[in-house]
Write a protein that binds this ligand. Structure first.
Ligand code: ASP
Length: 435
């Protein structure tokens, strides 16, 4: 494959894949309904297989990328104090933005009252699964066997192991330097692999969208229109206003450039509905396109994809208010505070994979004594909202990465402002015996 032949930028190609996929999905549904040959072989055959391979190949990169780049990042840190400061700052921003997000979401929900007069007959049954306790989440961060953490793809455990491994490398003198050099080379190779697979994204995104829009139940949106639009509006507002304001205030960077450079990552997150699967693209975006140093992004991005879920917290906030209104339950001020706190914690405990936010909503509803059947009420429109909130989740990760990188003097502003940055990196040119 030679990128010279590709006149269009990757972003344009992915966007095209997405739009064509949506159009194809609607066309198939309109022309052939949801049964028959086309559905069986094209939608549930070709598109399904293509989409699944695409998501699988993104996920395939996550464990090696997170481990290798974080080892590189940590071994490049000067001392442990830097790591502590970095961790503290990152956590503060992640928690702060989540609390802001959910407050905004609940204010909008209270203002528009989407659940007043909602049709409860639509509710089907919902089986809530147990939400893990905070204690379990914290203990669960520490691996007993790093290989099995990697085999299971447990990001938090991988982060802890990679941090310790990186610290040991930087404390090991000459042997440590040799290992670090090896990891740096390995990191370059893995990033090339990311670029290679990103070049296949237009097809993957097309398949995902075509399949989804052939089967997506849009009629539910009509009956839950208010819930849908209040939440979707809130999500967009948070991405466009909160993050950009924070970016400007704390780092002085241009919000327009930031949003423009987020396009690829947003499209990946939207079509996969998984922050985790988007990690490779978020890493590429923040380091290669925005100029954040790998020692910051390798830590903040995987951590953010695992614990920073502003979009998810917003869904939980709006959903709680919606369900309370729909079931005619009056929530007190204390209840709202509880919702803010629990949704922040629940979003931390939400894995960055499709649909988990809805499961974790049970934890929030339990806290304020709302019926879990409420979840069944909103289940019908959750897929599309999941896609939007995942895009918000990863935008938050990338914004905080830029803010933290800038504050640590680890952001190359020239690269950030260069709209063509990393275009070269996206090209795949085979040079078998290059130096
Ligand atoms: N799909 C979301 C994510 O991966 C999590 C959720 O809200 O369900 O970020």
């Amino acid at each position: 494959m030679n990128a010279e032949t590709n006149k269009m930028s990757l972003t344009t190609r992915v966007l095209l894949g997405m739009v064509l996929g949506i159009v194809t999905g609607f066309a198939i549904r309109f022309l052939f309904g949801e049964e028959g040959f086309v559905n069986e072989y094209i939608v549930n055959g070709l598109f399904d297989v293509g989409g699944q391979i695409f998501v699988a190949s993104l996920k395939m990169l996550v464990v090696p990328l997170v481990f290798v780049s974080l080892v590189c990042g940590t071994s490049a840190l000067k001392d442990i104090a830097t790591l502590g400061r970095l961790g503290g700052k990152t956590l503060m921003f992640y928690l702060g933005t989540t609390a802001l997000a959910i407050t905004l979401a609940m204010s909008l929900a209270l203002l528009f009252g989407p659940g007043k007069g909602a049709d409860l007959s639509a509710a089907s049954s919902f089986q809530a699964s147990e939400a893990p306790s905070l204690g379990d989440v914290i203990v669960g961060m520490f691996p007993t066997n790093p290989i099995s953490s990697m085999a299971e793809g447990n990001t938090l455990q991988i982060i802890i192991f990679a941090l310790l491994f990186g610290i040991a490398i930087s404390a090991s003198g000459k042997p440590g330097e040799r290992v670090a050099a090896f990891f740096r080379d390995l990191n370059e190779v893995i990033l090339k692999l990311v670029a290679l697979l990103m070049n296949l994204a237009p097809f993957g995104v097309f398949c995902l969208m075509a399949k989804l829009f052939t089967t997506l139940g849009l009629s539910a949106i009509v009956s839950l229109a208010e819930y849908f639009f209040v939440l979707a509006g809130g999500l967009v507002l948070h991405a466009l206003v909160t993050y950009t304001t924070l970016l400007k205030v704390f780092s002085g960077l241009s919000p327009v450039t930031f949003l423009k450079k987020m396009e690829d990552a947003i499209m990946f997150a939207f079509s996969t509905a998984s922050s985790n699967a988007t990690i490779p693209v978020s890493m590429e975006t923040t380091t290669r396109r925005m100029g954040a140093d790998n020692k910051i992004a390798s830590f903040t991005i995987p951590l953010g994809a695992t614990i920073n879920m502003d979009g998810t917290a917003m869904m939980q906030g709006v959903a709680t208010v919606f369900i309370a209104q729909a079931f005619n339950v009056d929530l007190t001020m204390m209840d709202y505070m509880t919702v803010i706190l629990t949704a922040t914690l629940a979003s931390i405990g939400t894995a960055g994979v499709p649909g988990v936010g809805l499961v974790m909503l049970a934890m929030v509803l339990n806290q304020v004594g709302l019926p879990l059947e409420g979840i069944a009420l909103i289940m019908g429109v959750d897929r599309l909202l999941d896609m939007i909130r995942t895009a918000v989740n990863i935008t938050g990760d990338c914004a905080v990465t830029c803010i933290v990188a800038k504050s640590e003097d680890a952001l190359d502003e020239k690269r950030f402002n260069d709209m063509k940055a990393a275009e070269e990196d996206e090209k795949i040119v085979f040079r078998p015996h290059a130096q």
